[in-house]
Design a protein around this ligand. Structure first.
Ligand SMILES: Cc1cc2nc3c(=O)[nH]c(=O)nc-3n(C[C@H](O)[C@H](O)[C@H](O)COP(=O)(O)OP(=O)(O)OC[C@H]3O[C@@H](n4cnc5c(N)ncnc54)[C@H](O)[C@@H]3O)c2cc1C
Length: 441
C-alpha cells in the first residue's frame, strides 16, 4: 500500500502512552509509506506528566525537559498535527480538531477534519473537583505544565512577600494546603518542603522554612494513599512527619474560598495557596464522540484488546480509558498510572501489526511492578511486586528514589533510545553543577 491507499493510524494524545506508541509505529512504518502514522496533540510540546509536581515546587525547569513534537515526528517518521480533539464522525471515519491559536489569540490553524482508518485515543485525564464550591476559582490543579508553572510563580511570590514581612519584624507565614493525599498530593508536599528549604539559601534571609512555611495535607479517607497498601502509607506518613508536613485525614472538603479551606468537620484551614489533588476524570469531550460508550468518569469503555465497545476501529488506553483489569474480580478497571499507559502502548504497537495483517488482536494483561511515591530529592517509598520475591516488598530511601527516577528514564528511552538518554543524563549532571538547585523565577 502506498500514497492514497496507505492505512492511516491516527493517535490523539502524545502523553505517557501516546508518544512512545507514535514513536514505535513511526520507526516501524513511517519511512516505508505503507502506513501513515499521525500524532495529534493540543500542545506543540510534550512534558511527561509525572514531572509536574517537581515543576510546581521549582525543582525542575519544564523548558529543559519538554520535547518538540514536530522534531520527534521528523526523527521517527510519523506526522504531527497540533489541535484539540473536538468531535468524531464514525461513519466518515473523521475526527475534528479545534482551531489552534497563538498566545496572543491569533489563529494559527483553522478548525479542521482529519481522516483515519484506525483511531487511538489517549488524551489522559483532568482534575475532578466534584463541583465543590470555590475549587475551580481558588485552588490550582496540576493538570498541565501551565498549572504547575503558575503554582510555582505564586509560591515564589508568597515566599518573597513573607520574607519582606519578616525583615520588617512582622509575622511571616506562608500557608499551603494540599487537598488530596494520593500520590500527587503526597509527592507535592514533600517536594515543596525540600525546595523551599533550598530557596531560603538563595536570598530569603529572614524566612525560616521549617517554621514559616506551613504545609498541610487534607484527605477525606481515613488514611493517606488510599489505593496503596497500608504498609506503604504508614512509611510515607512517617516520612511526611519528619518533613514537618501536617496531615489531617477524614477531612472532607466542603468549599474553598480566598482565605482557605472548609471541611465537613467544621474545621477551617487558613491558606495562602491551595492545591486540588483529590480526584481525576477523563476529558469531557469523550462524552461527545458520536455515541462511543463512556463511564461516569468520562472514560471510554474498552475491552481486553483496548478496542472501544461500539467501534472496533477505535482504540483507547491510558488514563482516559476504562480497561478491564484481567485477573482481578469482574468490573475492576486498570488504575490511571503511567506504568499502565506505557505497557498498553507496547501492546498496541504489537496489535497494529496484527490488525494490519488481519490477525486476531492480543489482550492486555497488566504486569504490576509495584508503586513508588517520591518524597523529595533523596527519598521515596514503594512496593516492589514480583513472583521471585513471592508478592510485594516494601522499599524505602535512596534505592526507592533511584527506582522512581528510573521510571522517567524508561519513558525517555522509549522515545530516544539508550545512547541518547545516556548522553542527556551526563549533560544534565554537568549542568546541575553550574546552576542553582531550584528554579528561582
Ligand atoms: C503530579 C503527578 C504525578 C504523577 N506521578 C506518577 C507516578 O509517579 N507514577 C505513575 O505511574 N503515574 C503517575 N502519575 C499519573 C500519570 O501521569 C498518568 O497516569 C499518565 O500520564 C497517563 O498517561 P496518558 O498517556 O494516558 O495521559 P497523559 O500522559 O496525560 O497524556 C495525555 C496527552 O493528551 C493530550 N490531550 C489532552 N486532551 C486532548 C485533546 N482533547 N486533544 C488533543 N490532545 C489532548 C495532552 O496534551 C497530553 O499530551 C502522576 C500524575 C501527576 C499529575
Amino acid at each position: 500500500m502506498t500514497g492514497a491507499s496507505a492505512h492511516r493510524i491516527v493517535i490523539v494524545g502524545g502523553g505517557a502512552g501516546g508518544l512512545p506508541l507514535a514513536t514505535e509505529l513511526g520507526d516501524r512504518y513511517g519511512r516505508k509509506g505503507a502506513v501513515h502514522v499521525t500524532l495529534v496533540d493540543r500542545n506543540a510540546t510534550h512534558l511527561w506528566k509525572p514531572l509536574l509536581h517537581e515543576v510546581a515546587a521549582g525543582r525542575m525547569d519544564a523548558d529543559s525537559h519538554d520535547l518538540d513534537y514536530p522534531a520527534l515526528a521528523h526523527w521517527h517518521g510519523f506526522r504531527f498535527a497540533q489541535g484539540e480533539l473536538a468531535g468524531l464522525d464514525r461513519a466518515r471515519r473523521e475526527i475534528t480538531l479545534e482551531a489552534v491559536q497563538s498566545i496572543d489569540g491569533e489563529e494559527i490553524l483553522p478548525r479542521r477534519t482529519m481522516g483515519y482508518d484506525t483511531l487511538i485515543i489517549c488524551v489522559g485525564s483532568v482534575s475532578n473537583d466534584f463541583g465543590i464550591p470555590g475549587v475551580a476559582r481558588h485552588a490550582i490543579s496540576l493538570d498541565m505544565r501551565d498549572d504547575a508553572e503558575r503554582f510555582h510563580r505564586r509560591l515564589l511570590a508568597a515566599c518573597v512577600r513573607a520574607d519582606s514581612r519578616a525583615a520588617a519584624g512582622a509575622a511571616a507565614e506562608v500557608k499551603i494546603v494540599i487537598i488530596g493525599a494520593g500520590a500527587t498530593g503526597v509527592e507535592l508536599a514533600a517536594e515543596i518542603r525540600q525546595t523551599t528549604r533550598a530557596h531560603a539559601g538563595y536570598g530569603l534571609e529572614h524566612l525560616d522554612p521549617a517554621r514559616n512555611i506551613r504545609i498541610t495535607l487534607l484527605e477525606a479517607a481515613p488514611r493517606i494513599l488510599p489505593p496503596l497498601s497500608e504498609r506503604l502509607a504508614s512509611a510515607a506518613l512517617d516520612l511526611l512527619r519528619r518533613l514537618d508536613v501536617a496531615v489531617h485525614t477524614s477531612q472532607r472538603v466542603t468549599s474553598v474560598d480566598a482565605g482557605g479551606v472548609h471541611t465537613t468537620a467544621g474545621t477551617f484551614f487558613k491558606a495562602d495557596l491551595v492545591v486540588w489533588a483529590a480526584g481525576i476524570m477523563a476529558p469531557a469531550v469523550l462524552r461527545t464522540l458520536d455515541g462511543l460508550e463512556v463511564n461516569r468518569a468520562n472514560q471510554l469503555v474498552v475491552g481486553p484488546t483496548l478496542q472501544t465497545t461500539r467501534d472496533q476501529s477505535i482504540f483507547s488506553f491510558g488514563d482516559c480509558a476504562a480497561a478491564p483489569w484481567l485477573g482481578r474480580p469482574a468490573q475492576a478497571i486498570l488504575p490511571p498510572r503511567a506504568q499502565v499507559a506505557h505497557q498498553q502502548a507496547t501492546l498496541l504497537a504489537k496489535s497494529m501489526r496484527s490488525r494490519l495483517a488481519g490477525r486476531p488482536l492480543p489482550e492486555f494483561h497488566f504486569r504490576d511492578f509495584g508503586s513508588l511515591v517520591s518524597l523529595g530529592e533523596l527519598s521515596a517509598v514503594g512496593t516492589l511486586m514480583g513472583r521471585l520475591i513471592g508478592g510485594s516488598m516494601l522499599i524505602q530511601g535512596l534505592i526507592a528514589r533511584l527506582m522512581y527516577a528510573s521510571l522517567y528514564k524508561m519513558h525517555q528511552v522509549s522515545i530516544h533510545g539508550v545512547l541518547r538518554v545516556a548522553f542527556d543524563t551526563l549533560g544534565r549532571l554537568v549542568r546541575e553543577r553550574l546552576e542553582p538547585r531550584v528554579k528561582l523565577h
